[in-house]
Design a protein around this ligand. Structure first.
Ligand SMILES: Cc1cc2nc3c(=O)[nH]c(=O)nc-3n(C[C@H](O)[C@H](O)[C@H](O)COP(=O)(O)OP(=O)(O)OC[C@H]3O[C@@H](n4cnc5c(N)ncnc54)[C@H](O)[C@@H]3O)c2cc1C
Length: 495
């Protein structure tokens, strides 16, 4: 709400904006049809790793921006976990000030080109749009416009770097370089802190780099956003596992005043069914990391990922869709999703499911594996599936899958990717005696400040929520930066 109040106070007074509003009647705006994002042809894209969505043209972006009626109560902002001033950036696009739109986005979002590509806008800002709520029409394509503005700025080569305060000489450590960590780093740099991000892997970006494939989020786009943070003064140390390479105590001795833990939930879950240890059965984390980050899809690589011909991916989330579409691109003749509920309950983004279907992925919904079998070399060659039906809703509110007795049958497979959820890595909690964690290993924090039971440790993203989304991780990062800033300033004053 604070953002809306600020928006109404500061932006309504701008003359150009009022004039703009008068140029087209509201009725004419609401009659416009939502633009369609251009895409690569499914039969072409399922053989390459180039981005599927091609981005709006300038003409399309201008047309779509005109659909926003600039309502008196812009509820879309409340649907955005980082509180982007959505009408403001869209009106900049409408006025042809594309670079200005990108500046507005960066006021509250350090990664607009990423969010414009992977955020589930359909359940966030777009679900709160006037068109969805009141007119029962397709919402303004906020995500497509966000991507357009961010891409325009990047392609123009004139990337705006957010202003940072004078250095205050105080050191802050961020553990993990996923979206939550990058957000904290950017916000703390803006306050004037000396920020270092410690990352266990050799690449910066967390799941944005090692999980989400190039055909949805090219790595060089993430790199450009990281470059902006470097220009703001943020330092990065890769191949550095906090808790192994150095302890929190060591880092405190180096002068770090407070820590943000954004270490994600990178520990894969398995189903613990017979045969799950056979060769050719991967966790989705391993499969995607090897392809995305370790060049394992290339033939000249020493340990290539085996490109299966009959690949089954178990699960119905974004990770499952990314894995099965990757398998297709690596040459699988049959690539299938095996999911124990129906399509309605699938947690993956609607767009990802649609794209997967267009690309020729088979969906075996209401099925679950119960056992795997191997050939004489120890490699998986067959899986036994059981049919499921939906029972009463469970704690998640989704209808519970119930096995159908005697419905088992076998399917030939040579690769299986298990994508049935993730858990937090236990290294950090193990290194912080006294840290409150839940029974699932997630860190307990104050929801407003993101402060943990240890006052100098703040946390957010998947290590707090379990597997969630990029934008929720970023929202946590924003809150944590505010909480941390207050904590450090009070600590300094009291010393
Ligand atoms: C394949 C896949 C697809 C997804 N698709 C989407 C999508 O389309 N849209 C969406 O919104 N969300 C998606 N998600 C979820 C989203 O990516 C995550 O919710 C988000 O990245 C969580 O951010 P985070 O900052 O908590 O941590 P992460 O992105 O998980 O990053 C944590 C980082 O911390 C590092 N780390 C861990 N421990 C240590 C340590 N001790 N020391 C130093 N570094 C450490 C890790 O190496 C990692 O780089 C997807 C997830 C996956 C796996």
């Amino acid at each position: 709400m604070e953002n809306i109040a600020e928006y109404l106070k500061l932006e309504r007074s701008q003359e150009w904006r009022e004039e703009l509003r008068k140029t087209i009647k509201t009725k004419d705006r609401t009659e416009k049809i939502r633009v369609h994002m251009p895409e690569q042809d499914p039969d072409v894209r399922n053989k390459n790793s180039i981005e599927v969505n091609l981005g709006l043209t300038e003409e399309q972006a201008l047309l779509e921006a005109q659909r926003c009626i600039d309502c008196a109560n812009p509820t879309c902002i409340t649907g955005c976990p980082v509180g982007i001033n959505i009408p403001k950036f869209i009106k900049k696009i409408e006025a042809g000030d594309f670079a200005g739109a990108a500046v507005v986005l960066k006021e509250t979002n350090a990664l607009p080109a990423v969010c414009g590509r992977v955020c589930p806008q359909e359940v966030q800002c777009e679900s709160q749009c006037f068109y969805t709520q009141k007119l029962k029409k397709d919402p303004v394509a906020i995500g497509h416009l966000e991507r357009f503005a961010a891409d325009y700025e990047r392609n123009s080569g004139k990337i705006s770097i957010p202003a940072v305060a004078e250095p205050n000489g105080l050191k802050i450590a961020v553990v993990g370089s996923g979206p939550s960590g990058l957000t904290v780093a950017g916000d703390m740099a803006k306050y004037g802190y000396d920020v270092t991000v410690f990352e266990a892997l050799h690449e910066i970006g967390g799941v944005l780099k090692y999980g989400i494939p190039e055909f949805r989020l090219p790595n060089d786009i993430v790199d450009v956003e990281i470059e902006s943070l470097k220009k703001m003064g943020v330092k990065f140390r890769t191949n550095f596992i906090v808790g192994v390479t150095a302890s929190f105590e060591d880092l405190m001795k180096d002068g770090y005043q407070a820590f943000f833990v954004g270490s994600g939930a990178g520990l894969p879950n398995f189903m613990n069914i017979p045969g799950e240890n056979y060769n050719g059965i991967f966790s989705s984390n391993e499969y995607l990391t090897r392809v995305n980050l370790m060049r394992a899809a290339l033939e000249d690589y020493d340990t290539p990922v085996i490109s299966g011909k009959r690949v089954a991916v178990i699960g119905g989330g974004n990770t499952a869709m990314d894995s099965v579409r990757t398998a297709k691109r690596l040459g699988a003749e049959r690539s299938m999703i095996v999911y124990r509920r129906s399509r309605v309950e699938m947690p993956a983004r609607v767009e990802e499911v649609k794209h997967a279907m267009e690309e020729g992925i088979e969906f075996m919904n209401l099925h679950s594996p119960v056992e795997y079998f191997a050939d004489e070399t120890g490699r998986v060659c067959r899986m036994r599936l059981q049919k499921m039906e939906l029972g009463a809703p469970d704690a998640s509110g989704r209808r519970r899958p119930v096995p159908m007795e005697g419905s088992e049958f076998d399917v030939d497979v040579d690769t299986v990717v298990v994508a049935v959820g993730v858990s937090p890595n236990p290294i950090i909690p193990r290194n912080l005696p006294g840290l409150n964690v839940t029974q699932w290993g997630t860190i307990v924090v104050d929801k407003e400040t993101m402060q943990s039971s240890i006052p100098y440790i703040f946390a957010g993203g998947d290590i707090v929520r379990g597997g969630a989304t990029v934008i929720l991780a970023m929202g946590d990062g924003r809150k944590a930066a505010q909480g941390m800033h207050k904590y450090v300033q009070e600590k300094v004053k009291s010393n």
